[in-house]
Design a protein around this ligand. Sequence first.
Ligand SMILES: NC(=O)c1ccc[n+]([C@@H]2O[C@H](COP(=O)([O-])OP(=O)(O)OC[C@H]3O[C@@H](n4cnc5c(N)ncnc54)[C@H](O)[C@@H]3O)[C@@H](O)[C@H]2O)c1
Length: 385
Amino acid sequence: MTDNLAPMSLDTVLRVEFGPGRIELLPELIADTGHHRAFVVTDRGLRATGVADRVLKILDAAGVEHTVYDEVAPNPSTGNVDAGAARARAFGPAAVVALGGGSVLDAAKGMSLLVGNPDAVAADADHLWEAADGLPLIAVPTTSGTGAETNGFGVIEDAAACRKVYLGHPSVKPRIALLDPELTLGLPPAATAATGIDALVHGIESLASRGANAFSVACATQAVSMVSHALPAAHRNGSDLDARAELMMGAHLAGQALTLSGLGLVHGIGHALTAHTGTPHGVALAAVLEEVMEFSAPAAREAYERAARAMRVPAPADGDWARAAVAAVRELSGTLDIKRPLRDLGAARAQLPAMASGAVTDAVTKNAPRLPEETEVLELLTRVY
Ligand SMILES: NC(=O)c1ccc[n+]([C@@H]2O[C@H](COP(=O)([O-])OP(=O)(O)OC[C@H]3O[C@@H](n4cnc5c(N)ncnc54)[C@H](O)[C@@H]3O)[C@@H](O)[C@H]2O)c1
């Protein structure tokens, strides 16, 4: 963290509308994009909970013409994005409203981009960063976790290649993040825990990232403070609106932080684990979080001290703040009952070498404070198997 003041160029402009009931602003926000029609992207789960219906009623009442694509799957695939893009192309010019968790937000960015590039498919991800602009996008997160509303890329599963691809473009960074904690009140405890841990890991990995700067550290420190404070309460009582609001803002700040700094090895392993087993993103991160922190500690002492202080950890008698940070994370993870051995997540022992290889080559790992050898990751995975 000593080089926080390295020269930097920051693109932090993002309009944020935050607060209970703010969803009512959606029709005017759509108009602010220059469109009067909306292509709404969501998933079946949000249809079932009634969250999507609440939002669609607001559009109906305001007379906003819209169509809905509700078939986004968790950890969406390139095929999923292509299918939604075909529907969006058929609908024509519109603002894209991404209503859901990170899966929906990520898939919607890809769909928006493919509408602007009619001959492209999602598997072209590596070549689309220089492509034509996509449709303008409004992000309406319904989980407090990914921070996907802060950036212009989606993490998409390329099933054929068994890897995650980064599908994005500056034009599909959301124009507006509409953060209404009321939309998260019905998120079940297990999903609250998994998405909340994702936000916590964003804060911690951002603090320790090689790409950290003064702005990302400010966002990440506040994020760790808010998420660690609100997550147990939101997990215990999902209808606690104050906890939901604090968690949502904390997750958003963590997203701002990660977008500026990059992340690290917890996410590198998490992506590989999800690609091989389908484990939900946050659960995959929780499976290795403390172990990666222990591995990284020699290169991340200041960052972990900052994280521990943000988590309100009392000063450790032996002065070892990194160990105290790991202990605090372990306690929180225990409260949420989220950590599982890899074998319980459906991983076969024979898959571990491929996961280790995927983790070290994942683009997200290059910002890790201590860069791992493949053998070191394999050893770590074997320990948590
Ligand atoms: N772009 C980024 O910066 C970024 C960062 C981290 C993760 N991601 C990606 O985000 C995805 C994970 O997103 P996620 O953790 O938000 O989960 P998710 O979007 O997959 O949603 C999980 C489940 O929760 C349900 N759900 C969502 N909101 C709900 C609500 N309010 N009430 C009831 N149910 C609700 C959904 O229907 C779904 O079944 C992964 O694909 C991951 O790779 C992206």
